[in-house]
Every structure is written in C-alpha cells, then in structure tokens.
Design a protein around this ligand. Sequence first.
Ligand code: PLP
Length: 382
Amino acid sequence: MIPVMRPWLGEEEAEAAAEAVASGWIAQGPRVREFEAAFAAAIGAPHAVAVSSCTTALHLAMIVARIGPGDEVVVPSLSFIATANAVRYVGAQPVFADVDLTTQNLTPQTVEPHLTDRTRAVILVDQAGIPADLDAMRTLCDPLHVTVIEDAACAAGSRYRDRPVGAGAALAAFSFHPRKLLTTGEGGMLVTHDGATAARLRRLREHGMDISAADRHLSQQPVIEHYTEVGFNFRMTDIQAAVGQVQLRKLPEMVARRRGLARRYQELLSGTPDLLTSDDPPHGETNYQSFWILLPEKAAVGRDELMRLLADAGISARRGIMAAHLEPAYADARAPLPVTERLTRHSLILPLFHDMTEAQQEHVASVVTSALMNSRPEIPVP
Ligand SMILES: Cc1ncc(COP(=O)(O)O)c(C=O)c1O
C-alpha cells in the first residue's frame, strides 16, 4: 500500500535517541533546552517553549492570552478538532468562521462578521501547511485588541512573506506529530516574542513550578520549589528533543523535496478540468504538509468513491480536512459555512512522503485522472 505519509527518519535520529537514553536523563532536560534554542533560531523568534503536543500548546496559548469563561474565540471549523477544543478547555466559546476556498484559511472577510464585543482572540490556522495571511488578520484585529494566535501545527518550514511561518505572531503553536514534516513522535512548540510570556509558559507546562526539575537536579545546594499557579504536565522528553534536533536540521531538505513532489503532482494532474489542488498563496510558500485536491462540483466520481478506487489500487488517501461544526461534539455550534462544507465533503489528501518514487506518484495521478475523466476501461457488453 502506498502510504499517505511516512516520516523521514533514519540512523541519525536513532543514534540521537540512544545517546539521550545512555546519558541517564530522559525527561525534560538539556536536550529540550537545545531543541528550543535551535527551533527559535530557525523561526527567527526570540523564545520557543517545547511541550507535549500542539494541542497542549494551544491550551497554554489560551491561558497566557487570558481567555476564559464568557469570552469568544473565532476559529475555523475546517481544522483538526484540537483547534476548537483548546478554546473549550478554558471555558470559552469557539465561534466558527468560514475559510477561503483556495488556501482553506480564515481571512479578514470571513472573520469580521463574527467579531463581537466578547471576541478576545482569533486562532489563525495555516491549514495543511499553507500560510495564512497574518498581516491582513492583524490589521483587522489589532485595533480591536483581539489577539491573533497562530495554529501553525502543520506549517514548520512554510514561509510567510520573506520569513518562516510563526515569526510574526504574538504566539504560534507547532505540532511534531508524525503526520507533520518534523516529527518527535508526539510533541509541540510555542513560539513568542515576549520573554515574560515564555517564562510563564515554561512554568505552566511543569505544574506551575518556579524552578524546573532539571535545574533543581543540577543545583549543588538543596532547592525548595514553589508552585506559583495551577499548572500542567505538558513536558516534552529529552528523547523526543534529541530526535527533534536532528529532524530540525533536515527540515529544509524535507520542504524542498515535498515542494518538488507537489509541483510534479500539479503537472501530472493539470489535464483534469476544474480540479483544484494545494498551491502557494500569493503571500508565501507552503511546505505541502498535505497535498489536497478538491473535486469539481460535477465530478464523474464522488470523493468517497474516488477514495475507494484509490484503495483498490493500493493507495492510501485521506478525506480532506474535517469540519468541527459537523461533529457531535460541536452539535450546539451549527452554522452555515458553505465553503468549509464544500471542502470537507469534496476534497481528499493524496500520498506525499519524502522517499516517494516517480512511479508511485504516476500511479496515484493516473488513478485520479482516469476516475475523474471517467476513462476507466469499459467492460464490454456481450
Ligand atoms: C491545525 C491543527 N491544530 C492542532 C493539531 C493538534 O496537534 P497535536 O497532534 O500535536 O496535538 C493538529 C494535528 O493534526 C492540526 O492539524
């Protein structure tokens, strides 16, 4: 079966993980600190705080943005459910806004009708790696004192204007789940320009302690820690951070490879009328975390049927991005979101992974094009 994604991991990651184990310190420690410094430098932001996932990163982002009961946060429904869940974790109300068809991202036009005097933040998702237009969103939100938090779960290695995604947000959250380019198995990172926010995030991820367990361990003298507020255990381990450091060094090569493969898909699929595919927006470059296609409204086959044909041909595809407002967990938040509904029902994600071969890509493209052009070999009628 051709997988939809396969992480690009090798000997170097295995050795780094083994070294962490051999060091005797496997919980959050020096390797996490080094990974944070390297990640901050790669993004071009002064502070990066490692956590256990992007979900926990978003949860902490809500807390440091002081969002709580009675507040509203505008989010795309078209996102992995963790985006909306983070708002619920702090007792606030997610308000779903529609997205742009070609980028699958929120825009000022889709967000503005949902702003009220209770709106405290917007979570701007760089969906499938495609950078959202952060400056345009801040032009709308900054004068209203609405914080823009970037959910860059999928976007490590993507670029917004001439900088890495995450460099310009008050807070940006990344995921290192294996469906993303840079992986640590599970893991996440928060990036911020504000030192006090970074310090509070470091305490919150570790039970609200005013000194980390690693620093206490290194101290020559006994240290009594204090718990400054109710915190969490959202720590990353040093084994994960060791893998993350290697993956971060490989990230530019991963992005270049994915962009090459995506261009090839675009060429192979270009003869299929009215098929929309992932692409760079005018304001940046995607890392093609997912390569999606949106079927034409009058396609010869439906999305689910096409996924079945792909599976029959040994190809693993995925439905497009989910829509939270259509899930039972958000049954109370139903709203008409026509573009979101079209995207979630009629798009799918094709396989794209670092060591994908030309033959594999041609196979995928030929199943898609022949299904959509309705050119499957006719079974002769006797
Ligand atoms: C947009 C978005 N936000 C948040 C998450 C959650 O990331 P994690 O699995 O690291 O918690 C994901 C994961 O797929 C995602 O795609």
